[in-house]
Design a protein around this ligand. Sequence first.
Ligand SMILES: [Cu+2]
Length: 122
Amino acid sequence: MLASAALLVAAAGAVLAWSRATQDPTGTTREFSVSARRYEFTPARIEVDQDALVKIEFTAEDIPHSFTVDAYRIAKRAGAGQTVTFEFRADKPGTFRYYCNLAIDDGCRKMQGEIVVRPKKP
Ligand SMILES: [Cu+2]
């Protein structure tokens, strides 16, 4: 008797969790501040869940840098000491490299980080 009541509660909880998930198909918003300085990105790794709306505040602290992710067609340039803010929907799962695509300075070629988009559960 007690066991079956517990089962019912567990089942109700599962239904509730399921309906919350379907009510929010667009996922959550995740915000990050990324800085570029001395040919390095900080942080050099970002992790989000698939379908999250990712907001990035990108600051080039020393010289101009860019935040570029080919798979998401993102290429945002910030001038020296400037900050650019942009957002995108992380709809493609996988691990993607971000880098600086400015060719003015050789050191920019070694700048890289990665964004990990965890696939949503089926
Ligand atoms: Cu750069």
